[in-house]
Design a protein around this ligand. Sequence first.
Ligand SMILES: [Zn+2]
Length: 399
Amino acid sequence: MEFEAEWLLLLPILFGLGWWAARVENRKQMARMRQLPKAYFKSLNYLLDNQHDQAIDALIEVTREDTGSVDLYFSLGHLFAQRGEIARAIRVYQNLLARDDLVDAARHNATYKLGLVFLQGGLFDRAETCFTTLRNSPMHEVALQQLLHIYQSQQEWESAIDVAAHMQQTPQIVLTRMHFNCERAQLALTQKDLPNAERAIDAALAIQANSIRAQLLKARWLLLQNRAKESRALLLKLGEEQPAALPLMTGELMAAFEALNEAQTGTAYLYAQAQSSGSVDVLNAWIEAQDKYGEPSQTEALLYALFTLHPSLNALDKVLKKRLSTSTDLLAKQEYQAIQGLIKKQVLQFSRYRCASCGFEAARYYWQCPACTGWETYPAKRLEELEQAKRSRGQVNGY
Ligand SMILES: [Zn+2]
């Protein structure tokens, strides 16, 4: 190609055009910058005047002019949500979602935040819709976590099981799935729906074959099917393999022994277990069974032997209670009553269960902590036993 000198003349013209275009763009930018503060300040003024609805309208005006201002919606939505102004927070996110120029990432985020606000306001159905639309999006996992929370709190176990099955199978989720099936089984057993209970128990055992809770439910189910012998065999094996299950299974076990007309053997079994384990719950279950089926003249001596073997406030309370009911000596009775009155408060306090995860204390045993919602975070031991175990560990360690 031959170079022509005339082309050189075009260079300054092109340069000039470039300079002019840049100047025009700069002016536009400056104009936008001049407009923007007005709308921003308008919105801010409304906010300061507590005129929140007008502030939202002004904000929408801002975002029309500046498509990059999506973050403002999120900030305002967050602000309202934090202040508990649910209706306003919902309006902010709904307005944001109504924009047709919203990129997918922002749309997903806004849908998620809207779901959280619905949840905060107790609007579970709407929250569920938001999180459901996020299934299979990049926010899949966090949306499933929220859905799990909703179904769990609403006790919709079928839906909860479905969601948990689609989540990343961490050990925690696997345990959660197992307990959801146990919850389903428990509900079915209460409703005497034995076929459904069996399906749920089998599903729980398929997830965790050695689960104490699932095996206890199986024992209860067998009993309801008039299969007391199998129920008892299952429980005795469970107690042998996992002594931690003993305090939790006394009710089912005695029911199986009663159904087989062997309540006295059951009572003797509980006594032997109370001797070897020192469990407060097993001791209490034995006293109940002994009062019903045992030889009354032996109760006091047997109880006192247990108390000396595993001294505890709970056992002392039971000894005093027994002596109060059998003693004929008025003076001695008054003494027992006085001591019982003194220890009553401590007995109550130390007979609580404590969550190993968050420390929440409860008068009854929970499979799921009501405070931190962790599964199996309660040891099947009363506070008194836990404290005793801690003390003996300290002694072993020389403290
Ligand atoms: Zn807890």
